[in-house]
Design a binder for this molecule. Structure first.
Ligand code: MLT
Ligand code: MN
Ligand code: ZN
Length: 304
């Protein structure tokens, strides 16, 4: 299977349009060694022709321009994107759907909970009904339920519910439901190799452990380095854990979670623009390197 990182940043992207944090300011001025990143999305293919899009980022048009495999090649109106899977109903993972409105009905997989958000608080499915339309496939989260998707040749998918956070506009923002956020095991049925993808991951619950332990590659929540990162910068009153993201540093943080895993690739994705790991010369980035943890970037291409 091939995995292409279309966008490695969290909501807002890097640099964020209105942000003067040390990273965003330093990137604009050229004083910080770092790479710009668009908002969170990956594409996965089992045959190098048909692609499954995970999340539809507000930056999707730029992402498609940067990745010819998704561009029209077969007929007058066309795309390599055959199915779309949503990991949650957040703005950075969904609003790009509107940019796909000129195409065929979207073969779209998400949980009942995300479907509720997308027809109420963030009613993109209703809006798209006036354009291409959405062919919604309820995404199963019951333990071990595998599913397949159009264009997912040689690929099998297993979703796992996890604790992160429903979006602010969700009718049940403060009342978490199973399926608000998911992680996904994607298996290549020819080789048996699998990647575990979870761009929003707030807590390592026991049922997640086998997914992490059995993965050949993990791509997980890299939003924040510390729980109080945005508070310390004076940007927000919210802590990482309040908005459903496990920070990397400290006891029980993501580094501790990743250290014992056998996966040959351990990759952080969905990185907030405030996170010091974006600075390639930072001590935090060096610490990740010592733990053999990689930082995803736009255009990162993984063959598994
Ligand atoms: C999140 O996952 O918490 C988001 O990136 C927040 C946002 O998009 O504003
Ligand atoms: Mn996000
Ligand atoms: Zn910033």
């Amino acid at each position: 299977m091939r995995i292409r990182v279309l966008g490695a940043a969290a909501g807002g992207g890097f640099p964020q349009w209105n942000c003067n944090c040390p990273n965003c300011d330093g990137l604009r001025k050229g004083t910080v060694r770092a790479q710009a990143r668009t908002q969170s999305s990956i594409a996965v293919s089992g045959n190098e022709v048909d692609w499954v899009l995970f999340n539809a980022s507000p930056d999707i048009l730029q992402q498609i321009r940067g990745f010819p495999a998704l561009q029209p090649a077969r007929s007058l109106r066309d795309t390599g994107i055959r199915s779309v899977i949503l990991m949650d109903g957040q703005i950075d993972h969904t609003t790009g759907l509107l940019m796909l409105r000129e195409g065929k009905p979207l073969e779209l997989f998400c949980t009942d909970m995300v479907h509720e958000d997308m027809t109420t608080g963030n009613p993109l499915f209703n809006i798209l009904g006036h354009y291409c339309g959405v062919n919604w496939h309820p995404l199963p989260t019951a333990a071990g339920s595998k599913f397949e998707v159009p264009g997912g040749e040689h690929l099998s998918f297993t979703a796992v519910p996890l604790k992160s956070k429903a979006p602010p506009y969700s009718p049940h923002r403060e009342n978490p439901h199973e399926g608000d956020n998911i992680g996904m095991r994607i298996t290549d049925t020819r080789t048996g190799k699998n990647v575990f993808y979870a761009p929003g991951l707030g807590e390592i619950e026991p049922h997640l452990k086998p997914f992490l332990e059995q993965a050949d590659c993990v791509m997980v929540d890299g939003t924040f380095w510390t729980d109080d990162e945005m508070v310390r910068l004076g940007i927000s009153k919210k802590h990482a854990r309040d908005i459903g993201h496990l920070p990397q540093s400290g006891p029980g943080g993501m580094i501790d979670v990743l250290d014992p895993l056998r996966a040959s690739r351990k990759i952080l994705i969905h990185i907030n623009n405030t996170n010091p790991i974006l600075n390639e010369d930072s001590t935090e980035r060096a610490e990740l390197a010592r733990h053999r943890i990689e930082v995803a970037f736009d255009g990162m291409d993984i063959t598994l």
